[in-house]
Design a protein around this ligand. Structure first.
Ligand SMILES: *[C@@H]1O[C@H](CO)[C@@H](O)[C@H](O)[C@H]1NC(C)=O
Ligand SMILES: *[C@@H]1O[C@H](CO)[C@@H](O)[C@H](O)[C@H]1NC(C)=O
Ligand SMILES: *[C@@H]1O[C@H](CO)[C@@H](O)[C@H](O)[C@H]1NC(C)=O
Length: 279
């Protein structure tokens, strides 16, 4: 008797443990009936659909208020960065081996195609030295000023299709990043220096590295579709005694209010790259 009484509770314990997964008597699965589970699933389905709908609605409202023409959230006009072409901060080549500098020449050639006269036929002439202001409705199409690659003279790729790499006096082309609404004060120009005891001669074009104000302001990708950034080419007149040396060149935008000495951002208004020519 005592024996059976002893066994009974243990049997019950066992069955209640199993019941907690599935109880065949009540038909409950993990303590809930099928209809209870269905209600829970339905609740979560509706809940998540509601969340997804809310998210989609918020995104739609946000995108609807965004403008294709001008970025919406800007409190001030930022300063531009300076970049070089060819797109390498480490230009190193053997002037006697065309294969070693072909990548730089090809890159410059491709980059300058946009500046071909044929590509700029639709651009009108502007007044040099003055901002080209085109105020008007935000969606108005703005005209672009032409920048002819011939202005880059020795570095235009027209007279010297090797951009000076063959003679060991390579060209580097600098451009400022596009900033909507930027109107630099002063007369911006590019000034490059070599960190080295004796300086290296450089040849700037156009106009001693001046950046013409007629290329400002920029009105944005959509309104100013044909806009071309003004360029400055620098030809580094490296001589034989500087072959096999790694030269560090720093170029800055000088002569204007554009920042070029930010400690945290070393590409703000300036760029530093290395050049090494071997023979
Ligand atoms: C540069 O290229 C020339 C011709 O291919 C070769 O004779 C010369 O050794 C190369 N110079 C160096 C430093 O590799
Ligand atoms: C741009 O001009 C260069 C030099 O005249 C020429 O070689 C090149 O084919 C032209 N590119 C286009 C796309 O017209
Ligand atoms: C170019 O920059 C160097 C160093 O920053 C400076 O000494 C030189 O006067 C500048 N040249 C011009 C023309 O501004």
């Amino acid at each position: 008797m005592a024996n059976t009484e002893d066994k009974a509770p243990s049997k019950e314990n066992k069955s209640s443990w199993k019941d907690s997964i599935y109880n065949p008597r009540t038909g409950e699965l993990m303590g809930r009936t099928a209809s209870s589970w269905a209600l829970i699933l339905l609740f979560y389905l509706v809940f998540y659909c509601f969340l997804a709908g809310l998210f989609a609605l918020t995104m739609w409202v946000l995108l609807f208020t965004l403008d294709d023409y001008v970025p919406k959230y800007r409190d001030r006009v930022p300063y531009p960065g300076l970049v070089i072409r060819p797109n390498s901060l480490d230009i190193s080549f053997n002037k006697s081996d065309p294969l070693k500098y072909a990548q730089y020449v090809q890159h410059l050639e491709k980059f300058l195609e946009r500046y071909n006269d044929s590509a700029q036929e639709k651009n009108e002439n502007c007044i040099s030295g003055e901002f080209y202001l085109q105020d008007g409705p935000i969606s108005m199409v703005r005209r672009a000023c032409p920048f002819r690659r011939a202005l880059l003279s020795f570095c235009s790729g027209l007279s010297d299709t090797n951009y000076g790499y063959q003679e060991g006096k390579p060209c580097v082309i600098l451009k400022m990043n596009r900033i909507i609404g930027l109107k630099p004060d002063g007369e911006p120009y590019i000034n490059c220096t070599v960190k080295k005891d004796h300086p290296i001669q450089m040849y700037y074009s156009p106009n001693n590295g001046q950046i013409d104000k007629m290329f400002f302001p920029y009105y944005g990708k959509k309104a100013h579709e044909n806009y071309l950034q003004p360029l400055v080419a620098v030809k580094l007149l490296i001589t034989k005694e500087d072959y096999n040396k790694e030269l560090t060149v720093e170029c800055r935008i000088d002569g204007s209010n554009l920042r070029n000495n930010d400690e945290r951002d070393k590409f703000l208004g300036r760029v530093t790259f290395r050049v090494k020519v071997v023979e």
